[in-house]
Design a protein around this ligand. Structure first.
Ligand SMILES: Cc1ncc(COP(=O)(O)O)c(C=O)c1O
Length: 417
């Protein structure tokens, strides 16, 4: 079942009327479907059953404790890229041995924290980082598991701002350098090479870039498996694309498995995956209320109470998010959907055939479960939105709306002022 669907002309999240949620919790409001998260985790696991991967949910896409917890309860681990994300994952009970830690700029304090929490491995993204991990491990009288991130230089055919596996991107090490760094771990104290890692980009809609990347990485896996006794993991990252509009076909997990498993299975390695958007993207909508309808000589604007501070993806990547009326209507007219923020990039839709709505009506912006709330800000001193989870006919607040007091919490005025 589609988590968000019309019933008698009204939009529902599972068994709950979205109108009811807007009335109870106010707008703008993020609404997530519990069933969507669990179904997506399940479908990926089923598709990839032959290699039985450890699925580490990429926490960066949706950090809400309820979301991480529900996935963790169903056996998912966590892919984290900061001490803050590690804290969130551990706080809801994800065990260290199901946590992998990536990112090009880990600090000594974050490395120490990861070591203390006994994470599965650090993904090493540079030689300097490897040296620092070795130093911190020795200081703590321990040995740390590392997987070297390979940048395979493949084009994931996605937006250039979310490509991560091309040679001009900052992530990972090229194949030759990765091989060198892997070799160096043998002489280094405090580190153990346990695997290789790749993550080539996000919103990838075909299997070819994955296959091309694997073809470059697999020879290294074979070699290091021979040379390093502890080598046992291949982490293939995340990136599986979803459908943001009807005509966009998501990357089907069965097709993904059919293309990748023949490469992965013969390796005999433990496979780790780090999906984010695939699991969470279509689990959420952003409910927003129409404030005003404004027309000028050339355009109509639907001014709503959500903005780039709740959903920055349109401003950042010109991303397309479908916008549905909560009460179904047939009439359509071209309009821009804009928010109250004082920036011309503050739009949710541009020159789009929109349902004809009036002040007070509700709209639902789709596909905001990943890279939605987590990228929100307080710009223009806008308190951050609340988050709600629905499950069947139930609903619960999973993050309260910020208040004006929250905006100034942490600020201090020097006594000499
Ligand atoms: C290392 C790593 N793994 C996984 C992901 C998740 O990507 P996606 O949401 O496209 O699955 C990201 C996203 O940036 C990432 O940097």
């Amino acid at each position: 079942m589609e988590a968000f669907h019309y019933r008698n002309g009204e939009l529902y999240g599972e068994g709950v009327r979205l109108q009811e949620l807007a009335d109870e919790y106010g707008t703008p409001l993020f609404v997530y479907s519990h069933a969507h998260f669990t179904e997506r985790l399940g479908s990926l696991r089923t598709a990839m059953a032959e290699v039985d991967p450890l699925i580490c949910f990429s926490v960066k896409v949706n950090t809400n404790a309820a979301v991480i917890k529900l996935l963790g309860q169903r056996g998912a681990g966590a892919d984290v890229v900061s001490g803050g994300e590690l804290f969130r994952a551990r706080r809801v009970g994800i065990p260290g041995e199901r946590i992998v830690f990536a990112g090009v700029g880990k600090t000594a304090a974050e490395i120490d924290y990861g070591i203390q929490e006994g994470i599965l491995f650090f993904t090493v993204e540079s030689e300097d980082e490897l040296k620092l991990i070795s130093e911190r491990a020795r200081r703590l009288h321990t040995s740390v598991r590392v997987a070297v991130r390979v940048n395979p230089d493949v084009d994931p055919a996605t937006h250039r701002f979310i490509s991560t596996g091309k040679k001009e991107n900052k992530f990972g090490l090229d194949v030759a350098r990765a091989a060198e760094v892997c070799g160096r771990t043998r002489e280094m104290e405090g580190v153990q090479l346990v695997g290789l890692h790749m993550h080539i980009g996000s919103q990838i809609l075909s299997v070819e870039p994955y296959v091309a990347a694997l073809q470059r990485i697999i020879p290294l896996c074979r070699r290091f498996r021979e040379e390093h006794p502890a080598f046992e993991y291949l982490d293939i990252g995340g990136g599986l694309g979803i459908s943001y509009r009807d005509e966009e076909k998501e990357l089907d997990p069965e097709a993904f498995a059919a293309a990748l498993v023949p490469f992965l299975q013969p390796l005999g390695l433990k496979i780790v995956m780090e999906p984010g958007r695939y699991i969470a993207g279509n689990a959420g909508v952003l409910l927003t209320r129409v404030l005003y309808i404004k027309k000028n000589a050339v355009k109509k604007f639907i001014v709503v109470d959500a903005s780039m501070t709740e959903l920055i993806r349109p401003a950042l990547y010109e991303a397309y998010h479908e916008i549905l009326p909560v009460r179904q209507t047939r009439e359509r007219a071209p309009a821009d959907v804009v928010g109250p923020v004082c920036e011309s990039t503050d739009f949710l839709a541009l020159e789009r055939e929109m349902p004809v709505v009036a002040s007070g009506d509700l709209l639902a912006v789709r596909s905001v479960g990943a890279y939605g709330w987590v990228m929100s800000s307080n710009y223009n001193s806008r308190p951050r939105a609340a988050e709600v989870m629905v499950s069947g006919g139930r609903h619960a607040l999973i993050r309260r709306r910020e208040t004006r007091e929250d905006l100034v919490r942490g600020e201090t005025i020097p006594e000499w002022l």
